[in-house]
Design a binder for this molecule. Structure first.
Ligand SMILES: Nc1nc2c(ncn2[C@@H]2O[C@H](COP(=O)(O)OP(=O)(O)OP(=O)(O)O)[C@@H](O)[C@H]2O)c(=O)[nH]1
Ligand SMILES: C[S@@+](CC[C@H](N)C(=O)[O-])C[C@H]1O[C@@H](n2cnc3c(N)ncnc32)[C@H](O)[C@@H]1O
Ligand code: SF4
Ligand code: SF4
Length: 326
């Protein structure tokens, strides 16, 4: 039967933020000084994350994504991934990363059972990359992608948050990359998660992104795969890879939403932008399967229908992207 919310949506996908820490400070995700760090003990232990994952899978979750902050900065992440991948009934364990540490971790992650990697990469120009990430080194990410390929991962998905005046001049460069590379490059509309003034000027609507690429390359729409995320995908005629558009702002995909989240602080959230959450820590402390299951079910029943970003409403703003994991 699985998990059905009050809008009739089947919930099959859990995103786990395993840490709020990160080795970058991307401008669209964190303020320059970072966000106040959770203390040790405020983050769920791997044991607790596993308990939540097992209960969620037994209730009907089929896909788990490990995210962060930067998930690979948490110690013993590979071992944890192996334990999640081994949960009976789980169909897919996947991971979203900034790619900085993949040269060391890609092969062990693959052996641990991670099925696919999504990698954030917002510029192909070293200086712009360093500007956006406040100091990141582009070559390390490119080496990380090469390591993922060498480790036998299926072609990666590249996440590009498009910001007008910052990296939107690179739309065609990213699109051209998919002609030879089998990667899926996904352009994401910039969301105002930092409650910043003037965000609309930076946000490039998905239809404009498609128009600008379409003026140079003929784009053929692709059919969505099972368990696909929020992207609409296209292929340049004859290309090895694909282009995806994620339009949380201009064309929300909430009516097809299939996901719930657990933040780095151990709070389950029905929506990326919902104010309320369910603190899992007391439920885990009570050591009662039923209580945890009932909690997860009630979260899904109360899952909001959609966000209201178009009105500038970013929820209560209590959860930074780096704690909720995107
Ligand atoms: N508004 C909104 N944006 C989302 C949601 N899920 C993902 N996004 C956006 O899409 C970005 C990419 O997410 P990923 O971590 O790569 O996961 P995904 O898109 O579900 O990945 P796939 O399952 O591989 O398609 C996120 O960082 C967000 O910016 C969602 O439920 N709501
Ligand atoms: C919060 S990061 C966590 C995982 C990892 N550190 C990474 O960067 O891939 C997950 C995703 O959130 C996206 N993201 C963060 N802030 C965003 C924003 N304001 N608008 C759109 N996407 C955002 C990032 O591009 C990234 O793909
Ligand atoms: S987007 Fe990812 S890599 Fe960039 S600051 Fe946020 S958590 Fe770190
Ligand atoms: S904004 Fe909320 S309801 Fe809409 S797709 Fe994202 S998580 Fe789902």
């Amino acid at each position: 039967m699985g998990l059905i919310d009050s809008f009739g949506r089947r919930i099959t996908y859990l995103r786990l933020s395993v840490t709020d820490r990160c080795n970058l400070r991307c401008r669209y995700c964190m303020p320059a000084g970072g966000v106040p760090k959770l203390r040790h003990g405020e983050t769920l232990s791997y044991e607790d994350l596993l308990r939540v994952s097992r209960e969620a899978v037994s209730l009907g979750i089929e896909k788990i994504r490990i995210t962060g902050g930067e998930p690979l900065v948490r110690k013993e992440l590979v071992d944890f991934a192996g334990r999640v991948a081994a949960i009976p009934g789980l169909r897919e364990l996947v991971l979203t990363t900034n790619g900085l540490q993949l040269t060391e971790t890609a092969a062990p992650l693959r052996r641990a059972g991670v099925k696919r990697l999504n990698i954030s990469l917002d510029s192909l120009r070293p200086e712009t990359f360093s500007y956006i990430t406040r100091g990141g080194e582009l070559q390390r990410v490119l080496d990380g992608i090469a390591a993922a390929e060498a480790a036998g991962f299926p072609p990666v998905k590249i996440n590009v948050v498009v910001m007008r005046g910052v990296n939107d001049e690179e739309l065609l460069d990213f699109a051209a990359l998919t002609v030879d590379k089998p990667w899926t490059v996904r352009f994401i509309e910039y969301m105002p998660t930092l409650r910043e003034e003037g965000w609309r000027e930076h946000c490039v609507p998905g239809r404009e992104i498609l128009r600008r690429i379409g003026e140079r390359f003929p784009l053929l729409p692709m059919v969505s795969a099972e368990m696909a995320g929020p992207a609409r995908n296209f292929r340049i005629s004859g290309a090895a890879g694909a282009i995806g558009i994620i339009t949380p702002v201009s064309g929300h995909f909430c009516d097809q939403c299939n996901r719930i989240r657990v933040t780095a602080a151990g709070v389950a959230r029905g929506c990326l932008f919902s104010g309320e959450g369910l603190d899992l820590k007391p439920l885990l402390a009570a050591d009662d399967h039923d209580l945890l299951r009932r909690g997860l079910r009630s979260l899904i029943v109360g899952k909001p229908g959609r966000h209201h970003l178009e009105n500038g409403d970013v929820g209560d703003g209590t959860v930074a992207m780096s704690r909720i994991g995107g």
